[in-house]
Ligand binder design. Structure first.
Ligand SMILES: *[C@@H]1O[C@H](CO)[C@@H](O)[C@H](O)[C@H]1NC(C)=O
Ligand SMILES: *[C@@H]1O[C@H](CO)[C@@H](O)[C@H](O)[C@H]1NC(C)=O
Ligand SMILES: *[C@@H]1O[C@H](CO)[C@@H](O)[C@H](O)[C@H]1NC(C)=O
Ligand SMILES: *[C@@H]1O[C@H](CO)[C@@H](O)[C@H](O)[C@H]1NC(C)=O
Ligand SMILES: *[C@@H]1O[C@H](CO)[C@@H](O)[C@H](O)[C@H]1NC(C)=O
Length: 342
């Protein structure tokens, strides 16, 4: 009797172990540059990998294989369609050099652009929280994963590079799916001034969102970028919780959010970029080249059940047409939102 029981128990343990190891194993997929030659300074190169479309995978971490003396930064995009069908292309956001005919020029994605990861300054492996993964492949908008590397320095002749990273992934469905929401503005920045570029939007999906990392991005005029969860209480007062705030000229990676307090239906998300054009004699508009500016706050989060938000962007037209103060937002932390560390 006792022996039969023991046997059943052992069997159960065996089956359990088998199930745990069978599909939950975390594997590595190397996403590397195909031995390329960075032939000039300030080059942005993209290379894609197609995700098989009849299976889902869950990316649970990113293990960099690069050093900062070679790569200035790396970004990983999830795309529905890649920017080009070539093995590599010039995908420089900052690229202004029209005379450069060595490579096809295209953005990282031509359709469905999601930033999944950012690396700079020898950042270590990023592991998403337990049971959290980015779902890619079947049933998702991510059919391609594109690696972008910014090489600041031209390589000597005949020296090739295969920097990149390992995607850590599993086929086991993760119970919490990750997503990235981009808060951004359009607009223009007058010369010789401090300009606030502001955006906000309301969560209109019945989900509980757990923020865990954020990234700020501007070009050279950005001084501070801050992002908030804004929750209105019963008497109509807005409470602003700082999700993250940074000098965007520090390495533009994902950093842990200041708070992990959940965001829910009816909450607002808001971001401000404080731009300083004191030393510029011309108007700067929002755009992709080095002459233009950007105001971006990326929020990485997971949801407890079901798919990430269908809302991917939270944007406004920006200055001089849109400011928080002209909306129904109240209790605006005007000083805190622009407070810099330098
Ligand atoms: C998925 O597609 C690949 C080729 O496109 C095929 O080899 C594989 O058998 C398919 N797998 C399933 C589970 O359908
Ligand atoms: C990249 O990976 C290769 C192979 O595992 C290893 O030899 C090399 O040292 C790694 N390079 C960096 C910069 O991590
Ligand atoms: C543009 O690219 C060409 C060819 O690589 C190079 O000679 C030239 O210096 C570049 N110009 C600028 C402004 O970067
Ligand atoms: C600079 O900004 C201030 C405050 O936003 C505004 O009142 C002023 O008109 C601006 N000056 C210029 C030259 O745009
Ligand atoms: C709403 O917030 C204000 C300001 O913090 C506070 O005075 C008020 O008591 C709050 N009302 C409720 C119902 O929590």
């Amino acid at each position: 009797m006792a022996r039969a029981h023991m046997l059943r128990l052992l069997c159960a343990i065996f089956i359990l172990c088998f199930q745990l190891t069978c599909c939950s194993e975390v594997k590595k997929y190397p996403l590397l540059m195909p031995h390329i030659h960075p032939y000039r300074d300030e080059l942005y190169i993209c290379t894609p990998v197609r995700v098989v479309d009849n299976k889902s995978f869950y990316i649970v971490g990113f293990e960099p294989n690069a050093t900062m003396n070679v790569a200035h930064h790396m970004l990983v995009f999830g795309c529905t369609e890649p920017g080009s069908t070539n093995e590599i292309w010039d995908c420089g956001e900052m690229s202004t050099n029209e005379s450069d005919k060595n490579l096809v020029t295209a953005p990282p994605c031509s359709k469905g652009n999601h930033v999944l990861y950012a690396w700079a300054r020898n950042a270590k492996t990023l592991k998403l929280p337990d049971d959290v993964g980015f779902q890619v492949g079947q049933g998702t908008e991510v059919q391609y994963i594109v690696l972008q590397i910014h090489y600041s320095k031209k390589f000597p002749d005949d020296v090739l590079d295969n920097s990149g990273l390992n995607l850590l992934y599993t086929e086991r469905p993760q119970s919490k799916l990750a997503g990235v929401l981009l808060l951004a503005t359009g607009g223009k920045i007058p010369p010789h001034n401090i300009t606030h570029m502001e955006t906000f939007c309301e969560i209109r999906e019945d989900k509980v969102i757990h923020p865990f990392a954020y990234r700020t991005h501007t070009h050279s005029l950005g001084r501070v970028v801050s992002g908030y969860r804004v929750r209105r209480n019963d008497t109509g007062t807005d409470h602003w919780s700082l999700l993250g705030r940074r000098n965007p000229l520090t390495p533009q990676m994902f950093y842990p959010t200041f708070t992990k307090e959940p965001i829910k239906y009816g909450d607002r998300l808001a971001a401000r970029c404080t731009m300083n054009s004191a030393n510029r004699n011309r108007v700067t508009i929002v755009g992709a080249t080095n002459n233009d500016e950007m105001c971006n706050f990326y929020l990485m989060y997971y949801v407890e059940n079901g798919n990430p938000l269908s809302m991917k962007y939270c944007t406004t037209v920006g200055p001089p047409y849109f400011y928080w103060k002209d909306t129904d937002l109240n209790n605006i932390p005007d000083y805190e939102a622009s407070k810099s560390y330098d």
